[in-house]
Structures are given as C-alpha cells and as structure tokens.
Design a protein around this ligand. Structure first.
Ligand SMILES: [Zn+2]
Ligand SMILES: [Zn+2]
Length: 291
C-alpha cells in the first residue's frame, strides 16, 4: 500500500530549503542549524519506523473491520466526506489527549521540543507514537465501517495538510478562512509556551473542533516556542526517548499505585508532592499571585 507521506518527502525537502533561503535573505532568526538537523533526523526516523508501523496499524484496523457494524462505501463521494470529518474529529481528540495525558505526551513532546517554528519543525515527529497506541484513537472508524486503507490514507492527507502551516512567513488569512481552517496563525499558538497559549488549538485540518470544545485561542501576543521546560539537546535519540525515561523513573519511585498511575496517565507536570506544575497549576498560580 503506498504511503502518501513517503511520496511527499522530496517536496518537504525542497520546501524546507526554499524557506531556509527566504529566511536567510530576510535576515530572520526562524532557523537554527543544529535544531533543523535534529528535526530532519526525527522526521527520517519517523518515516523509517512508519514502514513497519503502518503495517501494524493496518493489521489492527483490518481485524476490527472484520467486525464492522456498517459499511461506508469507500467509492462514494459521501463516504469521503464522512471520512474527512471522522478523521479530523479523531485527530483533534488524539492530539488533545496527547497534551493532557503524560503517556501520550511522552511521544508527542518530540514535536514540541524545538524552540524554532518553521517547516523543518513540521518534520520533527515522534518515533514512539504507533508502538504506544496513538492509532487507537481512530480504531472506532473501521468498527463503524470505514475501510482501513481509507482511514490510513486520510491520516496521511491530514499530516500533509499540517506541514505547510508550520511557518512564520504567512501571517493571517481572511477571517472566513481563519474561522474554519487550522492555519499558520492558529498553529503558532499551539507551539507556543506562553501561558495563555498552553494546550490550545489541537486541530488537524479544521479549527472548528477547538471552537466547539473550548480549546481555541487566537494569536495575540508574540509566541515563545518550545516547552515550559526546554530539553536542551539536539541528540535525536534523547529527543525521542527522554520523556519516556523520566516517566518510568517517576512511576518506579512513585511509592503508591495511585501515584504511579498518575505519573503515567495524569497530566504532564503532575507530581505527588506538588513540586512540578501542570498547565492548570500554572494558570491557578497566575490567578492567585502570592503577595
Ligand atoms: Zn501538539
Ligand atoms: Zn505542529
């Protein structure tokens, strides 16, 4: 089965190079050499792992499809319309929970580990997403009758869409586009560590889900990219696994089953003694400043 992402790699490379050149000509600081090389390394690793990972996903989706409740005709136009919305809805929840639960964050943090925001950052992708079960957020789709190949194809289309929005060069589109679609402006907010921007704009293609489920934030102040605590490494292996290592260390030393479960599945930043901060803690703190 062809993977659209693999075919798109030459275009990714050309567009990143083009943006590097434009950025250099304009003397902007959107790129940093070591940062870009580690983003590319993460992208290459992700694509290689995808060769096996997509097979695993297809196998699981096929298994579920055997027991489907209905059949969505993959050749009908309305089947593709349903597929588009079902995928984008699943992506929203996958992505929102990837920020809300540390188990999924351990994979997704990779994508947020750059302090730069450019087309190269789009390629900074996880190596552990499939193996840790991210694809299960789409598992309901083969169950209700979407063909497994159609599900995988739409996931690839969504990722292709999300490539070009990782840029500082496009400021804002007309309001009717910003109202409906995920855009560079909306996604800059998503990559920023400013308090008002944390855990906002989880959209894939359509921003409507964030507006609907209360996680939308417009771009107002200048975004500061990266994590609330940056990882200070360009080593791809450390970028891929550092949060997993921290997660297991915390769980191991948790002292009780409840604390262990919270360290693994609770929100990033959760700690049993309150020594670390979740997004909610940070917001509470700002609301009630210590005199
Ligand atoms: Zn994210
Ligand atoms: Zn992104």
């Amino acid at each position: 089965m062809p993977d659209l992402i693999h075919y798109a790699i030459p275009a990714f490379v050309i567009l990143v190079l083009a943006e590097v050149i434009v950025t250099a000509v304009q003397q902007k600081d959107y790129y940093e050499k070591r940062d870009t090389f580690s983003s590319l390394a993460m992208g290459i690793g992700n694509a290689l792992i995808g060769l096996v990972g997509k097979g695993l996903m297809l196998w699981v989706y096929d298994l579920i499809y055997e027991y489907r409740l209905f059949t969505v005709d993959p050749t009908a136009w309305w089947g593709w319309v349903l597929l588009f919305f079902a995928d984008d809805f699943s992506y929203y929840w996958f992505h929102r929970i990837s920020h809300g639960s540390r188990y999924f964050w351990a994979s997704h943090v990779v994508h947020h580990s750059s302090r730069k925001y450019n087309l190269g950052t789009a390629l900074r992708q996880t190596w552990t997403g499939t193996i840790s079960g991210a694809f299960l957020f789409w598992a309901w789709m083969p169950l209700v009758g979407f063909h497994p190949v159609a599900v995988l194809t739409m996931q690839s289309i969504s990722l292709l869409y999300q490539f070009w929005i990782h840029t500082e060069h496009i400021r804002r589109f007309p309001a009717f586009i910003e109202a409906v679609f995920n855009t560079p402006s909306h996604h800059r907010v998503h990559h920023a560590s400013n308090l008002q921007y944390l855990d906002k704009n989880h959209a894939g293609i359509l921003i409507i889900w964030d507006r609907l489920f209360g996680t939308f934030q417009a771009e107002e102040e200048r975004p500061e990219y990266g994590l609330t605590k940056n990882i200070e490494t360009y080593n791809p292996v450390r970028i891929a696994f550092h949060e997993w290592a921290d997660l297991w260390r915390d769980a191991w030393k948790a002292g009780s089953l409840r604390n262990g479960i919270m360290y693994v599945f609770g929100p990033p930043g959760w700690s049993h003694d309150g020594t670390r901060k979740t997004t909610r803690d940070l917001r509470e703190e700002e609301k009630t400043p210590i005199a």
